[in-house]
Ligand binder design. Structure first.
Ligand code: F6R
Length: 634
């Protein structure tokens, strides 16, 4: 989603803002722009459609001097991606410049009123009304004008505003869209997330809903919408610049895949004390969790898949029934929750709008709320009664990898914690489970080491796949146009059963996100109820079949696919000989592990598969089209 970066200080602002915007690229965007207070009493705006390098090129020929500036990466909501719709937007007199992340819900009404007053709009965006309203109310005090304008606005926003009449000052505000203040020495910053601030400072202030902040090189002040001062804590963030860099890897995604063993290991050693799980930071009273009679998990996308896996193991290890819902569905039905329900919200960014709305709904209904978040100080983390951080470091690639396995690890521990509180596991089983869980980081590392060793083979297979894929497409196009209409020409089916059914969903999501190849995850047992109609020689079927209680059933499903000519790519446990009889096109092996923990391993080669295919196809792996890292609008 949109990204905001602001700077005021002693240094030239243009390049600092460009650098800040580059750190926000991963959030997803289609255009970018900058407004600089260029001394005297004017503001210069440059903006353009496309990548930040286009803006950079533009600024090479039209550099703007000045030490206070705001910049923006836009992810289109109202109006096509274009130069006109890119931010910043100015009021009619061009004395006010605004960047905005969020959605102004009453923008049609506001626009109509402003047009009735003679205002001419230059873009199709909702944001432009904010600039005109601030311009309308400006009487020599920017903060007052911003507050006055915000009183008329309904919706979500993080905004940053410049006035040509007030040099060295940025006024910003937030409501349900993230905004962080970065505290420097004789300079201050604003950004949509901390990753953009790490080059400059680790001291930040997370702004809250209703906060209006004014920054100058000398300092900052925060007031509420009525102008009353509010106190916010300055916190030191633990992430560092190196974590937000590629560190020699070709892509952030690959780097993040390789970070997984370390992250999982760190989570386990931090939370496991002998045979006991400890969540010292969890502020919810253990008695409240011990009294719970059900668990509801809400999340979106990859985090939702982590929730689906958790349902299997929480139900296996405890006496608690578990429901899992995508946040966007949860919030529009009438879920039956009460004070004996524990609602777990899972979110890497901690800012996903639907998950946040679900969390608020759960709190309203009196449920105990625990969030599993990665970003420190994020809104979901702050609004939950209890938070467990995954401490996975900044996840920059849009396709989530390390956040997923970190979420799973925390959830496994949470399941053991529930079991501990409720006495549902005996000491012997607890010991066995914990020692198995502790093997995971080394086994993950083994998969990754093997990938490193066989890297060329992975690349060759991806190349071979590319050839087959395009042959399959052209076969249908050239030789049999009628058939092409009726038969799928190249797609992936991911099949799994039981606790690895969500792995199938997550594997398919990874592939479609970054390679744009249609991919569907399905419970293998459901094949006969529909998807088998798609099978001929063309789909590639990834069969997740590690050693498990459903292995034989999985083999039968694979046989049914082979009998219809489907190409299979099984993910099996090392040493599986039976699978060779089914003549897989490629074979992926994982080390042996208790079925319960196998999702932590089976997903790793599927992440690598998606990565290898997207790389072979030459796609923009870290920033796939149309996607945003942090979905802060509904
Ligand atoms: C997929 C992906 C998304 C996110 C989803 C939730 O690779 O990254 O599906 O998992 O948008 O985001 P968070 O976890 O930030 O709430």
């Amino acid at each position: 989603m949109c990204g905001i970066f602001g700077y005021t200080g002693q240094r030239q602002a243009q390049d600092l803002v460009l650098q800040g915007l580059k750190h926000l690229e991963y959030r997803g965007y289609d255009s970018s722009g900058i407004a600089v207070q260029n001394g005297g009493s004017s503001i210069s705006i440059e903006k353009t459609h496309g990548k930040i390098r286009n803006l950079e090129e533009l600024l090479k020929t039209h550099p703007i001097k000045g030490t206070t500036a705001i910049g923006h990466t836009r992810w289109a909501t109202h109006g096509m991606p274009s130069r006109e719709n890119a931010h910043p937007h100015a009021d009619s007199s061009s004395h006010i410049a605004v960047v905005h992340n969020g959605i102004i819900e009453n923008f049609f009404d506001l626009k109509k009123t402003l047009e009735g007053e003679g205002v001419k709009f230059r873009s199709e965006t909702d944001t432009e009304v904010v600039a005109h309203l601030i311009g309308k109310y400006y009487r020599g005090n920017l903060e007052n004008a911003v507050r006055r304008a915000l009183r008329e606005i309904k919706g979500t926003y993080a905004i940053a505003v410049l006035s040509s009449a007030e040099p060295d000052k940025i006024v910003a505000a937030r409501w349900d869209s993230p905004l962080v203040l970065g505290v420097g020495e004789r300079e201050n910053y604003l950004a949509s997330d901390v990753a953009a601030l790490l080059d400059h400072t680790q001291r930040v202030v997370y702004l809250d809903n209703g906060d209006v902040v004014t920054i100058t090189p000398a300092g900052s002040s925060i007031n509420d919408l009525n102008g009353r001062p509010v106190k916010r804590e300055t916190v030191k963030i633990t992430w560092n610049v190196a974590q937000a860099k590629k560190g020699g890897y070709e892509h952030y995604m690959l780097k993040e895949i390789f970070e997984q063993p370390g992250i999982v290991g760190a989570i386990l050693s931090e939370r496991l004390k002998g045979q006991k799980v400890r969540f010292d930071e969890l502020t919810i009273k253990p008695a409240r969790l011990a009294r719970a009679d059900k668990v509801v998990i809400i999340a979106c996308g990859t985090a939702y898949h982590a929730g689906l896996v958790a349902k299997y193991f929480i139900e296996e290890l405890t006496d608690l029934p578990v429901w899992v819902d995508t946040s966007s569905e949860f919030r529009y039905r009438d879920p039956k929750l009460d004070k004996r329900t524990v609602v777990i919200t899972i979110s890497q960014s901690g800012e996903t709008a639907d998950t946040l709305a679900g969390l608020r709904e759960a709190r309203k209904k009196g449920a105990a709320t625990v969030s599993v978040c990665n970003v420190l100080g994020s809104t979901i983390a702050r609004e939950s009664e209890g938070v467990i951080y995954t401490h996975a470091g900044p996840e920059i690639a849009v396709a989530s990898t390390k956040a997923y396995t970190a979420q799973l690890t925390v959830l496994y521990l949470l399941a053991l914690y529930f079991a501990q509180l409720r006495g549902t596991l005996d000491a012997k089983r607890t010991k066995r489970l914990i020692s198995e869980l502790l093997r995971v980081p080394a086994l993950m590392q083994r998969i990754l080491d093997r990938y490193k060793k066989d890297r060329q083979e992975w690349a060759d297979n991806a190349h071979d796949f590319n050839r087959r894929y395009h042959e399959a497409l052209s076969k249908y196009v050239e030789s049999d146009p009628q058939r092409r209409k009726r038969s799928p020409s190249g797609f992936f089916l991911y099949l799994g059963r039981n606790i690895n059914y969500p792995t199938a969903l997550e594997g398919a999501l990874k592939l479609k996100e970054i390679s744009y190849i249609p991919a569907e995850g399905y419970p293998a047992g459901e094949m006969k109820h529909g998807p088998i109609a798609l099978i001929d020689e063309n789909p590639w079927v990834i069969c997740i079949a590690p050693k498990s209680r459903t292995y034989d059933k999985m083999i039968s499903n694979i046989q049914e696919i082979r009998a219809r000519g489907g190409c299979i790519i099984p993910v099996v446990t090392e040493g599986d000989t039976e699978i060779h009889r089914l003549q897989p096109m490629y074979l992926i092996e994982i080390p042996e592990i208790d079925e319960l923990f196998s999702p932590l391993l089976t997903i790793v080669p599927l992440q690598l598969l998606a990565y290898s295919v997207a790389r072979e196809f030459g796609e923009d792996i870290d920033q796939p089209r149309n996607l945003a890292k942090s979905v802060t609008v509904e």
